[in-house]
Design a protein around this ligand. Structure first.
Ligand SMILES: Nc1ncnc2c1ncn2[C@@H]1O[C@H](COP(=O)(O)OP(=O)(O)O)[C@@H](O)[C@H]1O
Ligand SMILES: [Mg+2]
Length: 258
């Protein structure tokens, strides 16, 4: 049994320095409840990717503690999915194969072949890309590749889902469509998620709380509650007074922290 204080993702006094000795991430203390989703916003160089890399276990060295339900996130049992900015797809494998490979690695025991293929089709359909199953990633648009990367992340059913500016390379309309599809998928399968963005609107649309990273490494992040916007229907968020108030609030914090 884990106490409330220890449930979810606990980031305690996390600090990162790369080999150069230069600080990449000042101190971060953050508790993200299990099945919660927070957005992380900050200027370029504020350490957003470093934060995700530390949680993903891709950094050999960091100071502090990273716990999930009271145990190290890097224990075998915590499956972590990372959606990097450049999609991270295998170019020599088809869309279907990309998802199959990831599922087989994370679920080696597996069921029948038919069940696996049906599940892959389900995840492709959930992202609206069933018809792309046989295509190779490099023959797809950026928006299509990003859908594949997200379908793959959901397909492995991770405990923790990390997304590093997944929509930043997309045009505004494609981005808005994917935000909606992503959120629908997340609501159906709520992994404990950190979603990094440098877009204020996106931060407000997708996070229950918004973590504003400081530019200065001696400063700490500011965490804003966003529950009232998050609870609204997605299509009504942008035009709401709450959304407008929240953007003003974030811009103010960002100006102070930049
Ligand atoms: N592999 C690395 N080696 C050395 N310094 C790095 C490395 N990756 C990032 N940094 C530095 O760490 C800081 C934070 O970078 P990063 O986490 O990529 O920020 P963000 O994702 O917010 O733009 C920056 O000053 C960057 O130059
Ligand atoms: Mg980054």
């Amino acid at each position: 049994m884990s106490s409330l204080r220890n449930s979810g993702l606990n980031i305690k006094a996390l600090q990162v320095e790369y080999k150069s000795g230069q600080k990449a991430l000042g101190q971060v203390d953050l508790t993200l409840p299990e099945h919660g989703i927070y957005t992380v916003i900050g200027s370029s160089g504020s350490g957003k990717s470093t934060l995700l890399r530390a949680v993903a276990g891709l950094l050999p060295d960091y100071e502090g503690e990273l716990l999930f339900n009271g145990k190290s996130v890097h224990d075998q049992e915590t499956l972590i999915g990372l959606v990097p900015q450049n999609y991270g797809l295998l170019p020599w494998k088809t869309v279907r194969e990309n998802i199959r490979v990831a599922m087989k690695i994370t679920r080696p025991a597996g069921g029948s072949r038919e069940a696996l293929e049906a599940e892959i089709t389900h995840w492709l359909q959930s992202m609206g890309i069933a018809e792309l199953a046989g295509r190779y990633p490099l023959s797809l648009s950026g928006g299509q590749q990003q859908r594949v990367a997200i379908a793959r992340a959901f397909a492995i059913q991770p405990t923790i889902l990390l997304l590093d500016e997944p929509f930043s390379a997309l045009d505004a309309i494609t981005r808005e469509t994917l935000q909606q599809i992503f959120l629908d998928n997340w609501l159906a399968h709520p992994a404990t998620a950190l979603f990094v963005t440098h877009d204020v609107e996106e931060a407000i649309l997708l996070g229950q709380k918004i973590v504003v990273m400081p530019s200065a490494k001696q400063d700490t992040p500011e965490i804003l509650d966003n529950a009232s916007v998050f609870a609204m229907k997605h299509e009504e968020k942008r035009n709401s007074d709450e959304f407008f108030e929240q953007s003003k609030r974030i811009r103010k914090v960002m100006l102070a922290k930049w």
